[in-house]
Design a protein around this ligand. Structure first.
Ligand code: AP5
Length: 214
């Protein structure tokens, strides 16, 4: 099962992918998480990605496509995977088509998480991320049991550099310019859901959509 979650920054792609991966028993692949991990390690990819991410722009396609090419060959991907934050450009989408064709695989579901900008800004500005395991929280909608401490690994929570208001606005501009066109690219298979409800309600909708065979 190969599932792509599309949607603007802050639509809840990461939160939902983290929940449905346990239900479907397939890995959650987030290019944003992979890049943040590369920056933390100080790797060459992290060095190249840093500036683009901090300014709210996109990391060049060749870097991202190579990351995905490597990641989907992992043994844990043999039964499929959930893509979150990839593809983000037409170039990335066509590269994915080529990669999957080479493995005789196909995309099963493309789901667009539709929310308006006001919600995006409220969600992202309240997001806190764990320095250790990367789990996301929200100070109001999904708070940790103990303030600023990750429920899963006990490490400190922080606000991502690109979660400041000016950068969020820039990420929305980039989303509209580069990524929104993917709705047309995937028009034969994409399904849009309103992603402005509570986290668990959205998970239920996603799981039922994913499990429907059509
Ligand atoms: P990335 O990390 O992918 O960021 P993004 O797509 O902008 O998405 P976000 O992580 O901001 O949001 P999300 O939709 O996952 O929402 P979340 O579940 O966290 O990318 C970061 C950067 O890396 C990019 O700007 C770019 O520079 C680079 N990059 C990454 N991939 C790339 C690619 N393919 N090509 C080029 N560059 C790339 O939820 C947000 C908050 O809301 C959380 O606090 C959460 O707790 C809360 N929340 C979630 N759902 C709900 C709900 N239903 N109700 C209330 N609160 C909720």
């Amino acid at each position: 099962m190969i599932v792509i979650l599309l949607g603007p920054p802050g639509s809840g792609k990461g939160t939902q992918a983290d929940k449905i991966k346990k239900i479907l028993n397939i890995p959650h692949i987030s290019t944003g998480d992979i890049l943040r991990e590369s920056i933390k390690k100080g790797s060459p990819i992290g060095e190249k990605a840093k500036q683009h991410m901090q300014s709210g722009g996109l990391v060049p396609d060749d870097i991202i496509i190579e990351i995905i090419k490597q990641r989907i060959t992992g043994a844990d991907c043999k039964n499929g995977f959930i893509l979150d934050g990839f593809p983000r450009t037409i170039n990335q989408a066509s590269a994915l088509d080529v990669l999957l064709k080479g493995k005789s695989l196909k995309i099963d579901k493309v789901i667009n998480m539709d929310v308006d900008d006001k919600i995006v800004i409220e969600r992202i500005s309240g997001r806190r991320t764990c320095r250790g395991c990367g789990t996301n929280y929200h100070i109001k909608y999904n708070p940790p049991a103990k303030e600023n401490v990750c429920d899963k690994c006990g490490k400190e929570l922080y606000q991502r550099d690109d979660d400041k208001i000016e950068t969020i606005k820039q990420r929305l501009v980039v989303y509209r310019k580069e990524t929104h066109v993917l709705l047309d690219y995937y028009k034969e298979i994409v399904i849009s859901i309103k992603a402005d409800k509570g986290i668990d309600k959205i998970t239920d909708s996603l799981v039922s959509l994913i499990k429907t065979n059509d």
